[in-house]
Design a protein around this ligand. Structure first.
Ligand SMILES: [Fe+2]
Length: 257
């Protein structure tokens, strides 16, 4: 059985100027990233993919579910495109002797195209036991958000709401997030929110979710080097150990590996 954590050792006080020492425990399974080259706004080529994976590996990750965007307007990725790209990446990892496991799902943008796919019963990309990652636009709450969730759930999917702390429409509307939580939507925060990467409001919102025990998943949402570099900062934040004290589903997924 796999260990869920990797011991990175504790730096002595005089070795670091950071407010908090590096953690002794880190997540080893990531469920949100953009590491398949050239198919969304993530890694631009395989060289960048490899460099990002190496950085995430140093941060303690061993298992990856990478999640290219699927959006009707911008990224019309299909299960075929994603599966083909994943196979290519696996070959490259093997050639470079990078010892990680990687699978692919998707990050679905909750637009009309997505609604149509659910209605038509099209194949949707999931991970674990029918978990499906979705996001919305940042500014406005989509009219059909609850309908999309209902349709997914009645089709047997377990919706995972990507980075709720990043949506402006939720900042003054915590009630909506509580309602989503109540109806069984799983909430996934981005680790880099804890590093302040997306600003103070996102950080505060993520911290509030952690304090209330309303986080089911944590993800890197790694698109590029700045994201990968910021993970180490998030791991030293005050809320990182609090996050890891929650019964995160990342741990459950690690057990299945
Ligand atoms: Fe993402």
């Amino acid at each position: 059985m796999l260990k869920f954590f990797r011991n990175l050792g504790f730096p002595r006080k005089k070795e670091t100027q950071e407010a908090l020492p590096a953690p002794t425990q880190v997540l080893t399974t990531d469920i949100h990233s953009h590491l398949l080259a050239g198919i969304d706004d993530g890694a631009k080529n395989w060289e960048e993919s490899l460099a990002l994976i190496r950085k995430l590996q140093i941060a303690g990750y061993k298992h990856f579910i990478t999640t290219p965007h699927i959006m009707s307007d911008f990224y019309q990725n299909t299960p075929e495109i994603i599966t083909e790209k994943l196979a290519e990446l696996k070959e490259i990892l093997k050639e470079n002797q990078i010892d990680i496991t990687i699978e692919a799902a998707a990050e679905y943008y909750a637009d009309e195209g997505f609604m149509r796919k659910i209605e038509k019963g099209e194949q949707l990309l999931t991970f674990g036991n029918k978990y499906i990652l979705f996001e919305t636009g940042f500014q406005d709450k989509p009219r059909y958000l609850k309908q999309a969730i209902f349709d997914l759930q009645t089709s047997g999917y377990k919706p995972v709401f990507a980075h709720p702390e990043r949506y402006y429409y939720l900042y003054e509307d915590f009630k909506t997030i509580e309602e989503l939580y109540e109806i069984g939507v799983l909430l996934q925060i981005n680790l880099n929110s804890l590093a302040g990467y997306y600003g103070k409001s996102a950080q505060t919102f993520a911290e509030k979710l952690i304090s209330r025990g309303m986080v089911h998943w944590a993800g890197s949402d790694c698109h590029h080097h700045r994201h990968a570099d910021s993970i180490a900062v998030a791991q030293k934040s005050k809320f990182y150990p609090k996050l890891l004290s929650l019964p995160l589903l990342n741990f459950e997924l690690a057990k299945e590996k």
